[in-house]
Structure formats: structure tokens, C-alpha cells
Write a protein that binds this ligand. Structure first.
Ligand SMILES: Nc1ncnc2c1ncn2[C@@H]1O[C@H](COP(=O)(O)OP(=O)(O)OP(=O)(O)O)[C@@H](O)[C@H]1O
Ligand SMILES: [Mg+2]
Length: 307
């Protein structure tokens, strides 16, 4: 995937990558960080949106990175970053309306000039989180090799070979896919990415993997290998750096773990099968019509309240 392969700006529509999973601490922000930096380093214009209005992990990472960029002797790539605020008024409709407006404005500002928009989301179900899902071209859900994480996707039956009810999170994705089809007949490519994989493949990890593969057919997602549990994926956060940055020692050596981390990120980006040519005008037009319809809905709602 090279930058040259991308079409002229006027024909371009940003490819929206949403990183989400209702399971807290599954690695959403870690993956958003590494993916954004990998795409920036591949030469793409990347915008990032932090919808986790409470924790603001992605925002803090890029703030750290921006400070580092001021003094670093080498190039430190930065995305165009947005951190929309949460609506704080007493009325839910008013909050949704404000949140929608800031979110739509952020997307509108970058959709023509950026190739990718990476959106990090909170673990909790929220209006903005659902809105982001229905805009996703690629939806990435990081997941640990654990039945507890799998339970967020599908209630795990005591007999592990039998699946239980579809979970609330899977319902959110199904609903987002339905909305997306209405907007522009688009498809959401849902990719489950394994995270914090243990170096030693345990019996439990194998069972989780098998159960996931079965569920993948039913819920229509793909499974990607993802990232191992490595200190390098967390220790550079305060510096705003990643394993992909110039972190070689004085002798220009990378540790084996750093080399493996780089390979894993590269494989992950490859597995995502992101488009080298984004879709064009029709897609943007449908999105605008959809945005306009929602804006009108809120305008009418506010007007009614004023009657
Ligand atoms: N592959 C990994 N190797 C080592 N540590 C990791 C890895 N992935 C995530 N972590 C660590 O696990 C913790 C949770 O990760 P992260 O904050 O990315 O999850 P999250 O899904 O964004 O959490 P939240 O739901 O709270 O937003 C962090 O301390 C992070 O540094
Ligand atoms: Mg997070």
C-alpha cells in the first residue's frame, strides 16, 4: 500500500476506521495509536477522532507526541486530531444534537483531504459511539484471548461448543450495518483483532480461537492475528512514541521484541486490507444526505420543544 496509489483529492473520500468493543481495556486506544502512526508513516494523510470523552487516551497520546515533535531531531508525524466534547446540558436530545453537530463538522472537515479517519471509542455504549459505528468502513474490535472478552460478543454457554444469545454489542454492529446499507448501500468490514496474545499458545487460547471462528460465520466478521503482549506497546505512551518510531539505540539496533512489534503492526495493517483507492463522490453525497436528514430531525425536535 503506497501513497502514490491514491487518487486525486477531488475524487477522494476518507476511509473511516472505527476501533470499538464494549469490553473495557481490550486495547482499543493502543490499536488506534499504532494504526494511526503506521498509516502516517506509510505517507497517508490521517485524521484521528477521540470519542472517549472521559479518558481521552488518544488525545493525550497525540499531545505527548506533539511535544516530542517540537524537539525531536527526526520527523515525528502527526495526524489532524479532533476531540469532540460531550453535551453537558440537562436535555438528552439537546446533547445528542450538539454532539452530532461537532462530530459531523469534524468528519466534514477532513473527508476530502484525508485518506483515513481513525476513530477511537469508549467502552461504554453512547450516542457518539453508535453514530461512529454507522459511519465505519472498517470496524476493528480488539479482543483478548479470553472467554470473558468473547462474552461481550456472544453470551458464552456453559457448554462452550454451544453459543448463547447475541450480545448487546453485536446488536449495535448489526444495527449500524443496517443503517449503513440505508445510507449508501455500503458494507462495514468488521475485523476482530486478537490482542495481548500470550507467547505460549495455551489450551484456553486455542478454545477461544475455535469458538471465535464459529461465531465469525454467524456475525460476519473476520479474525486477524493482531498484537502480542509486549512492554513496547505500552511503555512509549508518555513520550507519544511507538515501536514504529526511531527508537533504535546508539548503534542503530532494535531489540528482537521491537523488531517483532514492527512486524506485527505491519501484518495487522496488511490483514485489514484497507483500500488503496477510496470510493468517490456518490459515497460522500449519500453521507451528506444522511447527515442533513439527522440535522433536520434535531432542528425539528428543538423547534417542537420551543412551541
Ligand atoms: N498488545 C499489548 N501489549 C501490552 N500491553 C497492552 C497491549 N494492548 C494494550 N495494552 C495495555 O493494556 C491496557 C488497556 O489498553 P487500552 O487502553 O488500549 O484499552 P482500551 O480498550 O482503549 O481501554 P478502555 O476501554 O478503558 O478505553 C493499557 O495499559 C495498555 O497499555
Ligand atoms: Mg481507550
Amino acid at each position: 500500500m503506497t501513497h502514490d496509489a491514491v487518487e486525486a483529492p477531488e475524487l477522494r473520500a476518507a476511509h473511516v476506521i472505527v476501533v470499538a468493543n464494549e469490553k473495557g481495556g481490550s486495547g482499543k486506544s493502543t490499536m488506534s495509536i499504532h494504526l494511526s502512526v503506521a498509516l502516517l508513516k506509510a505517507g497517508f494523510r490521517v485524521a484521528t477522532v477521540d470519542l472517549d470523552t472521559r479518558q481521552r487516551t488518544l488525545t493525550r497520546f497525540f499531545e505527548n507526541r506533539a511535544s516530542w515533535a517540537k524537539t525531536a531531531p527526526w520527523k515525528v508525524e502527526l495526524p489532524r486530531h479532533f476531540a469532540p466534547d460531550r453535551g453537558e446540558s440537562g436535555s438528552a436530545a439537546e446533547n445528542e444534537s450538539t454532539e452530532f453537530a461537532t462530530f459531523a463538522e469534524a468528519i466534514g472537515e477532513v473527508e476530502h483531504d484525508y485518506e483515513f479517519v481513525v476513530i477511537d471509542t469508549p467502552a461504554s455504549d453512547s450516542y457518539l459511539m453508535r453514530l461512529a459505528h454507522s459511519l465505519a468502513d472498517t470496524l476493528i474490535s480488539p479482543m483478548n484471548d479470553s472467554f470473558i472478552d468473547m462474552d461481550v460478543l456472544s453470551r458464552v454457554h456453559h457448554d462452550r461448543s454451544q453459543r448463547g444469545l447475541i450480545s448487546q454489542y453485536a446488536e449495535i454492529v448489526i444495527e449500524a450495518r443496517r443503517k449503513r446499507r440505508l445510507v449508501d448501500n455500503g458494507l462495514i468490514d468488521w475485523v476482530l483483532v486478537r490482542n495481548r496474545i500470550a507467547t505460549l499458545q495455551t489450551n484456553n487460547a486455542r478454545q477461544v480461537e475455535n469458538a471465535l471462528r464459529k461465531l465469525a460465520v454467524e456475525l460476519q466478521f473476520r479474525v486477524a492475528e493482531g498484537l502480542h503482549d509486549r512492554v513496547i506497546f505500552r511503555e512509549l505512551f508518555p513520550l507519544g512514541l511507538t515501536a514504529l518510531d526511531a527508537i533504535e539505540d546508539a548503534n542503530h539496533h532494535l531489540t528482537p521484541s521491537q523488531q517483532s512489534a514492527r512486524r506485527e503492526i505491519a501484518t495487522l495493517v496488511g490483514d485489514l486490507q484497507l483500500p488503496t483507492r477510496a470510493e468517490g463522490g456518490d459515497y460522500l453525497e449519500s453521507r451528506h444526505i444522511w447527515f442533513e436528514a439527522i440535522s433536520n430531525y434535531y432542528r425539528e425536535l428543538t423547534a417542537k420543544k420551543g412551541d
